[in-house]
Design a protein around this ligand. Sequence first.
Ligand code: NDP
Length: 445
Amino acid sequence: MNLEKIMADLEKKNPGQPEFLQAVKEVLETIEDVVKENPKYEAANIIERIIEPDRVIKFKVQWMDDKGNVQVNRGYRVQFNNAIGPYKGGCRFHPSVTEGGLKFLGFEQIFKNSLTTLPMGGAKGGSDFDPKGKSNAEIMRFCQAFMAELYKYVGPDRDIPAGDIGVGGREIGYMFGMYKKLVGEHHGVFTGKGRGWGGSLIRPEATGFGNVYFAEEMLKTRGESMKGKIVSVSGFGNVSWGSIIKATQLGARVVTISGPDGYVYDPDGISGEKIDYLLELRASNQDIVKPYTYEFPNAQFFEGKRPWEVKVDVALPCAIQNELNAEDAQTLVNNGVMCVSEGANMPCTPEAMEIFLKAKILYGPGKASNAGGVATSGLEQTQNAMKLNWTAEEVEEKLHQIMINIHEACVKHGKDETGFVNYVKGSNVAGFIKVADAMIDQGVI
Ligand code: NDP
């Protein structure tokens, strides 16, 4: 595999898409040996095929705001690869959404979904629509307009979207409602649905729960556990609160949360009523975490700063891509961090990742550590297909086992001769082999 040539060609074909190029480079670098050892992959030209999405659907979304003005946004669905199952991946509504960003997320999703061992291909979608400050009626009209186009390309055996940043239960409800009206069928075309109409218990907290289960598995390899650990978490969204709840349940003390405005340090730990308050704060559509310190005065707010300067045992970045850079990584390492497990997608920059790998700390890349969300979506699809509901305990038990299995797969493919586990390599190789073999089995189509 000529990595330099592949990357040069990719850059030429995808100008102005740095996150996509970054994600591809990271995967290709770690699977180079496997490709070399297995000539069948080069013979079938798997690399060039796997880095090109099956299709990118791009469309106009027109909707009317509360003042009667017509607004125009862009909608996307990147259907990347369906070798091992129907396309599957979330929808993101955020002003930063671009085609390149969604290609990065869709590409990552291929390997993540493969790692779960469930039959799901890789996709991602969304819009540059900003839900912040919009009324409920505006959100509904936007979701309906978005679905008026997207419904043509999705279906329970074709492509099953879900939530992501800016898309929670409410948005899924409005999109599902419009889909149902247009298609005339009530089936599991979305995951993250409401509990009363096909949703799975545990789905909202699954990504965070899975992230902490993964961290616990990594810690076990060094005879450690979450019990008694001091933990920093970034963000205060869906993945953050799931991580906070599970870390607390396992006996850790979570001392930070953050927003784009800065971070909160609460030395007493964020648990119990404080988590309820966080959920209220989140539901109020606020984009700041500072009010937490008015409610709990022992906590301090650090404006414009990130939580990585706090001395902790375990760090869980759960907000957004590239939120932890080389300087942050070095600070964490200097402060003795033993484990970093990514709740968000690609929150650590490549330079930060290098620092963690060089320091040989336990570093779980999002592809593996946050796969519990999509795994539980897969479990929701199974429940829909079987037309029955599992209890919260049943879903959580399955989620826990999946995270243990993902960890095992990473160890199998990522352990070197010194016994150090490179989870980046392990997750990429394990995810890649299954998809690549399926592509070969299915021929050139
Ligand atoms: P949410 O929108 O619920 O939460 C994101 C949180 O991060 C918000 O609190 C947001 O604040 C905060 N945030 C945004 N930008 C920054 C910033 N620059 N600094 C600090 N905090 C910031 O999204 P999710 O929790 O669902 O997703 C978070 C991450 O996890 C994303 O990378 C997503 O792709 C990934 N992920 C999510 C899964 C899921 O099941 N939801 C599954 C797998 C991965 P604000 O709202 O003010 O912007």
